[in-house]
Design a protein around this ligand. Structure first.
Ligand SMILES: [Zn+2]
Length: 189
């Protein structure tokens, strides 16, 4: 049997409830405004993009998935492997990440430097992917020295993927060379 796509919010009310729970945990009320981040929608449909490096099936919205496949094929033909660490993660899942980090004793400030607050993460749009490459630890800045990163910098825009969180980005989110988001229209830099 084919794997079922992960669950998403059934309506705006459910989404608001999850965002409200994040505020109750300590996400500042003015978070979106202060960080220049917007509440983002979960996609209606998701398609499988195959297994990640941990052998879990990952999902993206259909147009992003098609573009990712083309980009991975183009990279492969240049001898570059783009491995996937993570793609779609629901708002509910993101809330769980925050809860687990709080339980481990991290402060909300620390948590919000490393991850976008639930409701504001690009991961629940089903349009972004965290990449890694053979020989590199996932989600480490050292990825910027990989041939995969160099390839993405030269070519990802042609597939409408863009790096979301540059060094010193205005959102106060740590530099993430591994995190690339597909856009129907690329943002202007
Ligand atoms: Zn990411």
């Amino acid at each position: 049997m084919a794997a079922q796509p992960p669950r998403r919010c059934r309506d705006v009310a459910e989404r608001s409830g999850l965002i409200e729970r994040a505020h109750a945990l300590g996400v500042p009320r003015n978070y979106g405004r202060a960080r220049g981040l917007r509440i983002l929608h979960e996609p209606r449909s998701l398609v499988s993009i195959g297994p990640d490096i941990h052998d879990r099936v990952q999902w993206l919205q259909p147009r992003a998935a098609r573009s990712l496949t083309r980009m991975q094929e183009a990279a492969a033909s240049d001898g570059v492997t783009l491995q996937i660490v993570s793609a779609f993660r629901s708002i509910e899942y993101q809330l769980g990440i925050v809860e687990r980090k709080l339980a481990r004793g991290l402060t909300m400030d620390e948590i919000l430097r490393a991850s976008a607050a639930p409701g504001y993460s690009e991961h629940h749009t089903g349009r972004c992917v965290d990449f890694t490459a053979p020989g590199y630890a996932p989600l480490e800045e050292a990825f910027e020295r990989s041939p995969a990163f160099a390839w993405l910098q030269r070519n990802a825009n042609a597939f409408r993927f863009a790096l979301s969180y540059r060094r010193g980005n205005p959102h106060g989110i740590a530099y993430e060379p591994w995190h690339w988001c597909w856009h129907a229209r690329l943002p202007r830099r």
